[in-house]
Design a protein. Structure first.
Length: 397
């Protein structure tokens, strides 16, 4: 824990004497304090710029702070913005955590070496503007109950989207991938679902369908309850992760910006990102749910939305399992149904979900696997915890 040194305080007598001698005016003192505070901020920024300019290209390596802003790894005593936070004495829990997470990789020195920028705390402005909070995202009508899957209820997993491609022949739209709605305007999916290779095979991605349950019917009904027709929204823009393609099945994530905002309803809601409920890592034995319209054990595609429960697989074991075919890394997440369930062809880009803190969190994005439903090969997903900052940094209002 970082604490500030005790401050020396003027005695009441000295303050009284000082006020009498100098005839302090409160309003003037207040204006003076404001001016001093502004001047200190300006000085801090100037010193930071000087520090960066003088140290660029020297022994101080570049880095990214918890807000994903670029900075330099320096002693915390040389970082004016964070040093000013420490000097004030009473640190908030958020400030303490921000400073702790600002430490440069593998640093164990005292005083610590941190990633210095102009930031003093987490930047929550963009999150609040772009992402729904837990009162809106990840809600569901039931607690958790594809291959060997169970049919989902009508409003269950209401963030799952079908990606619609127009084939070169211009005939009926194809739905070979899925995605997850994360706010009024964005759907997250796998990069391979919107890559040039997929475009060549399936055609252009032209729209996203939300609020779907049974692809055979225009209006979905279940147990006497019917919902409005699914909503089809054109695609405005596709943003593939900048490093996708650099290694096979790495950085397999993309954002789809819709052409207009989608209204939330019982059948259309966003899923929460891990950071919304402060999920930072997955535990052994973690339960996940995968859902979609992918291949089943009896047919090429399921006409209805199915779900299946999976279990988190130890990363080291998963890396070993795929070592002879696909190298895996920290951006991957593995989950298995032990032969009782799995994601499969057609589920790509769809969600792997965890029920955390009373809401559904997007844990992974269906990426690839070997032998659907295999006891030996678990399914591999893009770990959303790894990409959480990238998602928020890439989105725009």
């Amino acid at each position: 824990m970082i604490t500030a040194s005790n401050r020396t305080q003027l005695s009441r007598e000295r303050l009284w004497h000082f006020s009498r001698v100098h005839r302090i005016d409160r309003s003037r003192g207040f204006r003076s304090s404001v001016a001093i505070a502004i001047a200190m901020k300006v000085i801090a920024v100037v010193l930071l710029c000087v520090l960066i300019n003088r140290t660029a290209g020297t022994k101080y390596p570049e880095c990214r702070n918890p807000n994903q802003r670029r900075g330099l790894c320096v002693s915390i005593y040389l970082c004016v913005p964070l040093n000013s936070v420490i000097a004030k004495g009473e640190l908030t829990d958020s400030e303490k955590q921000f400073i702790f997470e600002s430490r440069c990789a593998s640093d164990q020195s005292i005083p610590p070496v941190i990633c210095c920028t102009a930031d003093k705390d987490y930047d929550r402005t963009a999150d609040a503007r772009l992402l729904p909070d837990r009162s809106i995202c990840g809600g569901d009508v039931v607690h958790p109950q594809i291959l060997h899957g169970t049919e989902a209820l009508l409003t269950q997993y209401a963030w799952i989207a079908l990606l619609e491609y127009r084939p070169p022949n211009g005939l009926q739209l194809r739905t070979d991938c899925a995605g997850s709605l994360i706010n009024h305007r964005y759907v997250v999916t796998a990069a391979h679902c919107v890559s040039e290779g997929t475009k060549y095979r399936n055609g252009d991605l032209v729209s996203v369908r939300l609020g779907e349950h049974d692809t055979r019917t225009a209006v979905d009904c279940q147990m006497g309850v019917c919902l409005p027709s699914a909503v089809r929204i054109p695609v405005e823009q596709i943003h593939i992760h900048e490093s996708y393609g650099s290694r096979t099945y790495w950085y397999d994530i993309a954002l789809i910006r819709l052409a207009r905002d989608v209204a939330y309803s019982p059948a259309i809601r966003p899923v929460c990102l891990p950071s919304t409920v402060a999920v930072q890592h997955w535990q052994a034995g973690q339960s996940f749910t995968v859902a979609g319209w992918g291949s089943t054990e009896t047919s090429r595609r399921s006409p209805v939305k199915l779900s299946s429960v999976l279990t988190y697989v130890d990363p080291n074991w998963c890396v070993h399992t795929y070592s002879n075919s696909i190298p895996l890394g920290e951006s991957h997440l593995c989950a298995s149904g032990n032969g009782r369930g799995d994601s499969c062809e057609g589920d790509s880009g769809g969600p792997l979900m965890a029920f955390q803190e009373g809401v559904w969190v997007l844990g992974g994005i269906v990426s690839f696997g070997q032998e659907c439903g295999s006891h030996y090969f678990p399914g591999v997903y893009s770990d959303v915890i790894f990409y959480d900052s990238w998602i928020k940094e890439t989105m725009r209002p």
